[in-house]
Write a protein that binds this ligand. Structure first.
Ligand SMILES: [Fe+2]
Length: 184
């Protein structure tokens, strides 16, 4: 792997993670009560991905935030460090912001759009998701500005339930079955 240091730092920055253990070729990171969440390993057997080739591989990892405000704060903080997402989308069940790590892997930062698993299940089994299982793009700057305009001085969410519901509701655009080229 030719991005060992970059990859470690990228995940530290993305997740506000801390290093649990680091050697010349392996790093363990955590961001909560788990002993580790991410392991980055640079093995001599690994070869860098070939540029311009679409590998068959895991599509993405996802990390969830509890509130719109938390996700908007992360988005804004990363943006202030010139991090640009590759995709900002309301999937229906989640509102999601995707980035690519230095190796090109996609990482999704998301917030659930439904309060309950049953609510999300019902949407995903319903007609709107059949017609559009991909989602509808959001303008993340507009989205974050509206959310953060209401944030409390403590940093906690200042939106009321109705505002949360409205902001999380997917805009319907009819049939859609394909991903944007840059996210494949
Ligand atoms: Fe996902």
């Amino acid at each position: 792997m030719d991005h060992y240091e970059e990859m470690s730092q990228w995940y530290i920055d993305l997740l506000g993670a801390e290093v649990v253990h680091k050697t010349a070729n392996i790093t363990f990171l955590r961001y909560d009560e788990e002993h580790h969440r991410i392991a980055i390993f640079a093995s001599p057997q690994h070869v860098p991905k070939t540029k311009g080739v679409l590998n068959a591989e895991v599509d993405h990892l996802a990390f969830s935030y509890a509130t719109l405000t938390e996700l908007a704060q992360v988005y804004t903080s990363l943006k202030s460090k010139a991090w640009e997402p590759v995709w900002t989308i309301n999937h229906g069940p989640t509102t999601s912001i995707y980035y690519r790590d230095p190796d090109g892997n996609k990482v999704e930062l998301q917030v659930d759009n439904f309060d309950t698993k049953e609510g999300a299940d019902a949407f995903m089994k319903g007609p709107l998701f059949s017609m559009n299982p991909i989602g509808t793009e959001i303008d993340a700057d507009v989205w974050a500005a509206e959310i953060l305009a209401k944030v409390r001085p403590s940093g906690e969410e200042g939106l009321n339930d109705e505002e949360v519901k409205r902001i999380k509701k997917r805009r319907e655009i009819g049939e859609r079955y394909s991903l944007p080229d840059n996210t494949v």
